[in-house]
Design a protein around this ligand. Sequence first.
Ligand code: ZN
Length: 323
Amino acid sequence: MPLVNTKELFKKAYDGGYAIGAFNCNNMEIVQAITEAAKECNSPVILQVSAGARKYAKACYLRHMVEAAVEDTNLPIVLHLDHGADFEICKDCIDGGFTSVMIDASSKSFEENIAITKKVVEYAHAHKPYVTVEAELGTLAGIEDDVKVEHGNESYTKPEQVEEFVKRTGVDSLAIAIGTSHGAYKFKPEQCTRNEDGVLVPPPLRFDILEEVSKRLPGFPIVLHGSSSVNQEYVKIINAHGGKLVDAVGVPEQQLRKAASMAVCKINIDSDLRLAMTAGIREHMENHPDHFDPRQYVGDGRAYVKELVKHKIVDVLGSNDKL
Ligand SMILES: [Zn+2]
């Protein structure tokens, strides 16, 4: 099976009340962990590549690793550009074999966002085979590679803009801002309450906005960025083995499960993979101070990422057994 775009996957996900995981990949072990987990869960999967990943690993390495994963698993896999900053980057990726791209002009004016998105859509849809395009309305707080928005400067998506945006751009899916945030420190302590263990509890997502958007765009796939949950079991392992992550907090998994049962068809997860990888490596290093073979400690990191992805697919996304 060749790489696929998101069209059919999202249609099935929308109708089936589940979401496809979009996991960021930067190296071979992460690609293997994600796709082996998806294989064991009989789940389609999106592997996405950010500007930072391309800088770190080079687009050609990532593309070939993802193609190797397709060969290895025979799964429907989407190779997606995460946060394409301009038309040129999107064009580059489309020409280079990506099956889906995101153009993120959400920091620009509404009219500029439409103009840039439309240009990417026209190029992507003319490509053979058809490449799907994701755009964004509204902005998320937090830090993700080159995308940085201070807390307080984020803005929720305005539902009254979505119909016009989708109609005028012809875009295939839309990322909206309903209170998720990039990074492992998604919310400032003062935005949160604390539970009995002293762990921060973030403010709930704005499901009213999601509902209003989906009412205006029936059947249309919605995307959530910044949707790691910062599972505290990994934070604890990291901190128990020399790490120091204080007040790292994410979006609760039950809220993401609810979003997946609604119009949300793609949920982006990056920080949780990083935490699992770091937990595996830190634990291994401290337990085996005599080890120096990267296969040993990176292998443990890979095993943790794989377990995490299986958990996400089954308990959060609901995309297991959906081939
Ligand atoms: Zn994002």
